[in-house]
Ligand binder design. Structure first.
Ligand code: PGA
Length: 263
């Protein structure tokens, strides 16, 4: 049984006080909801501690948007996994396409960061996805499989206590263009197949939660979550306003209801 996960990637938005306001609005709106999915808020570093404190004991988790793979050292401007876990951060987004595009993130650096996050018990949300040129050239499957395999290079099945993959087609991020749910599901299955080929453990590949990301919004999320291999969403723009994010959490609640075994 895979968890349903609704994660908000706030990117470089929200000061500490804006973060407080947003979290308080979300908490107020979901106070009465039952069957909550796993909600993960990923604010910028400067708001992490504030958000951790606000959501503590409310069943909501907090994630960072990046780490450096060293534990500590002379790496000006960087933040390590132990610094985050010390604050109560439990998740980290790795290999987001914006980091690949603007900050020189590579499959190799994603792999190093993945290993550092596992070492420190931070749950990695590894982002993979093709650009529009790659899709048009028919390279989607090759690119996504390569990204998944590279991220997991030299990582044993036992080391991978927890792992989340987010399929985020680059052309769908922040553009309003949404990948057809059936196609996103096909790629999610391809990701499971890749993991199965790497570890030869079908159960293991079946247990990895796979999120869809790219212009997720209230109007489209239900069809996305209705897919067999899509276990949640990684949400950018629509995670920045409570009135847009809460309906996504509600859609997650519905999927939780449908997946919880009836006793
Ligand atoms: P978007 O961003 O929902 O604004 O498309 C998704 C992401 O970047 O993770």
């Amino acid at each position: 049984m895979r968890p349903v996960i609704i994660a908000g990637n706030w990117k470089m938005y929200k000061t500490k006080s804006e973060a407080e306001e947003l979290v308080n609005s979300i908490l107020a709106a979901i106070a009465e909801l039952g069957n909550l999915p796993c909600v993960v808020l990923c604010p910028p570093f400067t708001a992490l501690e504030t958000v951790v404190q606000l959501v503590q004991a409310r069943g909501i988790e907090v994630g960072a948007q990046n780490i450096d793979y060293h534990d500590a050292g002379a790496y000006t401007g960087e933040i390590s996994a132990p610094m985050l876990t010390h604050l109560g951060v439990k998740y980290v987004i790795l290999g987001h396409s914006e980091r690949r595009q603007y900050f020189g993130e590579t499959n190799a650096s994603v792999n190093l960061k993945l290993k550092a996050s596992l070492k420190h018990h931070l749950v990695p949300i590894v982002c993979v996805g093709e650009t529009v040129d790659e899709r048009e050239a028919g390279l989607t499957d090759a690119v996504v499989s390569r990204q998944v395999a590279a991220a997991l290079s030299d990582v044993s099945a036992t080391e991978l206590s927890s792992l989340i993959i987010a399929y985020e087609p680059v052309w769908a991020i922040g553009t309003g263009a949404v990948c057809e749910p059936v196609e996103a599901n096909r790629v999610a299955q391809l990701i499971r197949g890749t993991i199965n080929n790497l570890y030869h453990k079908k159960d293991f590949a079946e247990a990895v939660p796979i999120l869809y990301g790219g212009s997720v919004k209230a109007a489209t999320i239900e069809e996305q979550l209705a897919q067999s291999d899509i276990d949640g969403a990684l949400v950018g723009g629509a995670s920045l306003k409570a009135e847009e994010f809460v309906p996504l959490i509600q859609a997650g609640c519905k999927k939780v209801c449908l997946t919880v075994p009836k006793t």
